[in-house]
Design a protein. Structure first.
Length: 149
């Protein structure tokens, strides 16, 4: 099962406005809650690019598996301000072949953005188009098998 969680925090190292940590089936996105969202998103775009360059994440688009190495459409995630998006819903996730674009209301603060992204990520992953290759194992959004002791 995949899990992506955003958190507005106060303990990032100086100069670091966004940090992404990856583990088996999960991503933790930590954002500096005291910084302007525009600055946070700028660094978040860099961190997302770095994560996807690791080549552990894939998108199933129709009958094609898209990766960072797909020649005509390398996999990417972009966070952009949308000039007319209202505070409700605040964020809107748009996906196409090789790209996820997160449209963000420019009037949000970092803490509200993180909260809205948790719900948006849950809905986005429910679409079942993403998977992670972790330690030779494919992790997707299907339920984990039950193990008996």
């Amino acid at each position: 099962m995949l899990d992506v969680a955003y958190e507005a925090v106060t303990d990032l190292p100086p100069g670091r406005l966004a940090d992404i940590d990856e583990d088996r089936g999960r991503i933790r996105v930590r954002l500096d809650k005291h910084e302007k969202l525009a600055d946070v998103l700028q660094q978040l775009n860099i961190a997302a690019d770095r994560l996807l360059r690791s080549a552990h994440w894939f998108q199933l688009w129709k009958d094609e598996i898209v990766s960072r190495d797909t020649p005509d459409c390398p996999l990417r995630v972009e966070y952009v301000f949308h000039p007319k998006l209202p505070q409700d819903p605040g964020v809107l996730v748009w996906e196409d072949r090789g790209i996820v674009r997160v449209h963000v209301c420019r009037h949000l603060d970092t803490e509200r953005f993180a909260a809205l992204m948790n719900h948006a990520s849950e809905e986005f992953l429910a679409g079942g188009q993403w998977f992670q290759l972790y330690g030779g194992e494919i992790i997707d959004n299907s339920p984990e098998p039950m193990s008996r002791i």
